[in-house]
Design a protein. Structure first.
Length: 185
């Protein structure tokens, strides 16, 4: 299949219950987007990945797992791990990129009033047929009703607080995508 890629590594963080597909940076052709990103002072991500289970769903899984016995918890984690590696995760990069923006607040270390800020990301969508199938099987294992997020890769980020903005903008649904003021690049 032309332009089909596979991840170089699958990472399941068993403590946070997140699942990432790590990508070879060379699989992403950034030429078209890089010029715009540099003009707008975006920073290229140091690594590229596809988030299969992100922080929000990871927290839901952790909350679910702490309510069951250690034995059942370990059994479920093994099943999720086995499920994750049972797919080849072939994907195609769609030839479209979007700039997203998100207003957020973060706590001050000294406990003073939270700071409000904006962060920005440039993403590209991915065609990843295994994602829906994975979530069907995952929901059977964990007995929850999680919805597969839109498959995408964050390419560039920016914000006043570089550390907070570098992680990008979590994207759990297409409705949420629309809420992040998408601008097609």
């Amino acid at each position: 299949m032309a332009n089909t890629h596979v991840p170089k590594e699958i990472i399941l963080d068993k403590r946070r219950m997140t699942l990432l597909l790590m990508l070879d940076k060379n699989s992403m052709n950034l030429d078209r987007v890089r010029e715009i990103a540099e003009e707008e002072e975006f920073n290229e991500k140091s690594e590229f990945h596809i988030t299969i289970i992100g922080n929000t769903y990871g927290r839901a899984l952790v909350d679910h797992l702490v309510r069951i016995s250690q034995e059942d918890r370990e059994r479920i984690i093994r099943k999720i791990e086995k499920l994750a590696v049972s797919y080849d995760w072939k994907f195609k990069i769609k030839n479209e990129a979007y700039e997203l923006s998100e207003k957020y607040k973060y706590a001050q270390p000294d406990g003073s009033e939270p700071v409000e800020d904006w962060k920005y990301s440039i993403i590209t969508f991915i065609s990843l047929s295994d994602l829906e199938l994975f979530y069907i099987q995952l929901n059977k294992i964990i007995e929850l009703d999680l919805v597969a997020p839109p498959a995408h890769v964050t390419l560039f980020t920016k914000g006043k607080n570089a550390e907070r903005s570098r992680v990008g903008i979590g994207l759990k649904s297409m409705q949420e995508f629309e809420n992040f003021n998408p601008i097609k690049i």
